[in-house]
Design a protein around this ligand. Structure first.
Ligand code: TA6
Length: 286
């Protein structure tokens, strides 16, 4: 049996624990608790005091470091989707480095970095500096800052693939996505309220900057504010796909919905030395 790993304290509110060899930063602040894995700079949980967790994490997530984590906020970069392998890029499968952390009476700010290595250059032949910044108070802001440290320009895409924790997929409403979307490569428009009675996997191409998730059973509304994106992805796998996914319980789809701040189609051109910030913020609006 593996020996339990000690938890190392970093400050009054931050500590590092280890699960299956992967380091996880634990945030326990009087106003909020959260955790972020160094595997993928992946936020696993965000819970302001006295509230339900904002973030859904699969009970069957595989923490072996061999596969991306199901749930939380996977950082998809330098592309979104399956246009190249690995699907959703390599950043969510990489070990990041904790760069800095600060804290005050409202919460904590911490950042993690990832840079190119022989391994990343085999997958994608470019030099880069990537920083994931987490502002954790009663609200959450996640920013992914890409810097081109190469000598030539290149294009990036990506997504903050947020899995939101909901009471029941059949009892939510989402506003602000706009009408136009792509589904399986086809352009569509829809004005009607979305009904989650089959897999929904849509790239909304004219979203508003603020999206509201209404969760009637949890009696709350979450405001999602995105920036640096050109699309919002909405995904729920429904029953059939949930059953096929080894890292999700059969009924897992009922309590999650992904609303993702996305750079679709690698549409951001970065000149050498240039930066781009993709972000998403979550706050309770009622
Ligand atoms: O963001 C939606 C999506 O691209 C879906 O097509 C679905 O496959 C999902 O992401 C999960 O992807 P993953 O590679 O994490 O299994």
């Amino acid at each position: 049996m593996p020996l339990p790993h000690p938890t190392i304290s970093l400050s009054d509110y931050l500590s590092v624990s280890e699960q299956d060899g992967i380091k996880i930063i634990q945030i326990k602040h009087p106003k909020v608790s959260a955790s972020i894995s160094l595997f993928g700079a992946h936020l696993l949980h965000f819970q302001p005091k006295g509230q339900e967790d904002f973030i859904w994490m699969s009970e069957k997530a595989d923490f072996s470091g061999k596969t991306p984590l199901r749930g939380g906020i996977p950082l998809c970069w330098p592309w979104f989707g399956k246009s190249s392998l690995p699907s959703h890029g390599f950043a969510r499968n990489a070990i990041w480095t904790l760069k800095e952390h600060r804290e005050n009476e409202n919460g904590v700010i911490l950042s993690m970095i990832l840079e190119d290595s022989p391994h990343t250059r085999e997958i994608w032949p470019h030099a880069f500096h990537l920083e994931a910044q987490f502002e954790i108070t009663e609200d959450l802001k996640v920013s992914l800052i890409s810097t081109n440290t190469d000598k030539i320009p290149y294009k990036i895409g990506g997504a903050l693939h947020t899995y939101l924790n909901i009471q029941n997929i059949s009892d939510i409403g989402i506003h602000g996505l706009g009408e136009a979307y792509l589904e399986r490569g086809e352009s569509k428009t829809c004005l009607k309220e979305i009904v989650f009675d089959h897999e929904i996997d849509r790239i909304y191409t004219q979203p508003e900057n603020e999206i509201i998730l209404i969760d009637k059973a949890f009696e709350r509304q979450i405001k999602i504010t995105n920036a640096g994106h050109n699309a919002v992805v909405l995904w729920n796998p429904d029953s059939a796909l949930s059953k096929q996914m080894q890292d999700m319980k059969d009924e897992g789809y009922k309590t999650m919905v992904c609303v993702e701040s996305c750079i679709h189609d690698r549409s951001v051109l970065l000149q050498p030395g240039q930066k781009h910030t993709l972000s998403t913020s979550l706050s309770r609006s009622s």
